[in-house]
Design a protein around this ligand. Structure first.
Ligand SMILES: *Cc1c(COP(=O)(O)O)cnc(C)c1O
Length: 467
């Protein structure tokens, strides 16, 4: 037995993998990775895979980045962890100062959690609790967009709308208000992204008009609905939303867990709309993809609503054990240094342009309805029929065929349903982008050349699973 097979076997004896029907592994291999270097992952037999999805959207400066590694090594000899209640430490103070400086004006307080979903729970609870502290207990519902994804814990699922993840658990979920997404894939032929996003705002306006008295916050994934299939929209929507939230006294929560740190072309997506949300939730690339951590930034106004004598019981008593972990903060500081020193946002423009040119030929593909892009995220929508945009039934798992082809060719492309996408680390080279585009094209040809075998409804069109 080879080394890969040996590790796979030991794995399958004891592990239960995330977002996976484990029975699939009767025929699909689990790929044991021995090491990572830059954009490449290497298995136990020396086969390499280009990490086109940044290991679930977290890695921005490559695996085993020497600059991040060194900082973590230095920190670990100093302090690996300390409780953050009643205590503090240098990395968490420096990181908080830095995040306050870096994010739009008005976000002056940082609360930490230890993963994205927990960060969302913090923002939801803080918003509700703010209104409670202000004597408005009726403001307890959340408004969310259709096709949203905000994580897997129960409240985070409640504000999500990707049925694959939420349908099973719907009897457990909070009662939220869902508003049709400004998703520009659904715009009319010839309509601009801006016109469509602006027109779709009407639904939000009406919902807020009717329900603002019972709404605590609107939560959105700014510019890109990630797990919902990399669906994109225009920043004008965020601008209109900010104005409406102010008018109706409703908080605006930006979930920038996936899009923060340069993914959309600006450091944070909210910059493109020129707005400051009331809550900004960051995670994933925050630590360069090294360690789990989330930061929830909010305004002094929110902070002050909790600041009082202990006996008033207005404090936010939420905590996660690993809050503000020094190693994670250090990885984040090293990551922010690289952004600054290497002028990454500027440098990414050429890479984004290369992603567009390398995939331009796919625009004409008979089974591609759209190639869309926002900054360093590019998505290719595979469909049964280009003119009607009829989707492939999810049961056919066309995306999985692309995934398998890419693995054979040495790339880790992990489609969301029938959406093939690139979300690479920013240290990818133009040649590596060309290689990804070539592999994706071949994969799409292979996945779409067979006739449709089963005629069934498309119940779960998009998801994190490569099926
Ligand atoms: C990944 C993600 C989350 C959840 O983060 P976890 O760390 O996986 O809990 C929430 N929102 C968005 C937009 C995400 O992409």
């Amino acid at each position: 037995m080879g080394l890969n097979a040996e590790w796979m076997q030991r794995d399958l004896e004891v592990l239960w993998h995330p977002c996976t029907q484990m029975k699939d592994h009767e025929r699909l291999p689990v790929i044991p990775i021995r090491r990572g270097q830059g954009v490449w992952l290497e298995d136990f037999e020396g086969k390499r895979y280009l990490d086109a999805v940044s290991s679930w959207w977290v890695n921005v400066f490559g695996h085993a980045n020497p600059r991040i590694n060194q900082r973590i090594k230095d920190q670990i000899d100093q302090l690996e962890h300390v409780i953050l209640a009643g205590f503090t430490h240098q990395p968490v103070v420096e990181l908080s100062e830095r995040l306050v400086r870096l994010t739009p004006a008005g976000l002056d307080r940082v609360f930490y959690a230890d993963n994205g979903s927990s960060g969302i729970e913090v923002a939801l609870k803080m918003s509700y609790h703010y209104w409670l502290n202000c004597g408005q207990p009726a403001k307890k519902r959340f408004v969310t967009l259709t096709n949203s994804y905000h994580g897997e814990t129960v409240a985070a699922m409640s504000v999500g709308d990707v049925s694959l993840f939420t349908e099973t658990y719907k009897s457990l979920l909070l009662d939220t208000l869902k508003v049709p997404s400004p998703d520009c894939y659904l715009r009319a032929a010839g309509e601009s992204w801006e016109a469509h996003s602006r027109a779709m705002f009407e639904h939000m306006e009406r919902t807020l008009e009717q329900h603002h008295h019972e709404v605590a916050a609107v939560i959105v994934e700014p510019l890109i609905q990630g797990a919902g299939g990399m669906r994109m929209y225009h920043p004008v929507y965020l601008k209109l939303l900010r104005e409406a939230c102010d008018r109706y006294a409703v908080h605006l929560i930006h979930d920038e867990i996936a899009v923060g740190f340069g993914r959309t072309g600006s450091m944070f997506a909210c910059e493109q709309a020129g707005i400051t949300p009331d809550f900004l939730v960051l995670s994933k690339a925050l630590t360069g993809g090294y360690l789990p951590m989330a930061a929830v930034l909010t305004t002094d106004k929110v902070y002050q609503a909790f600041y009082d004598d202990y006996s008033t019981l207005r404090a936010f008593l939420h905590s996660h054990t690993y809050t503000g972990n020094p190693l994670a903060c250090t990885a984040a500081l090293a990551t922010l240094d690289i952004f600054e020193q290497d002028k990454v946002i500027e440098a990414n423009k050429a890479l984004a342009a290369r992603m567009a040119s390398a995939t331009a030929h796919l625009v004409e593909h008979p089974h591609v309805a759209e190639v869309r892009q926002t900054g360093m995220a590019l998505a290719i929508e595979m469909v049964q029929d280009r003119s009607s945009r009829a989707p492939y039934p999810w049961q056919e798992r066309r995306g999985l065929k692309v995934y398998q082809h890419a693995l054979a060719r040495g790339a880790m492309l992990r489609p969301l349903g029938n959406v093939v996408y690139f979300l690479p680390p920013y240290v990818i080279t133009p040649e590596e982008i060309d290689f990804l585009a070539e592999v994706a094209s071949e994969g799409i040809d292979i996945a779409t050349r067979d006739a449709v075998s089963v005629a069934v409804g498309n119940l779960y069109p998009h998801h994190r699973d490569p099926g």
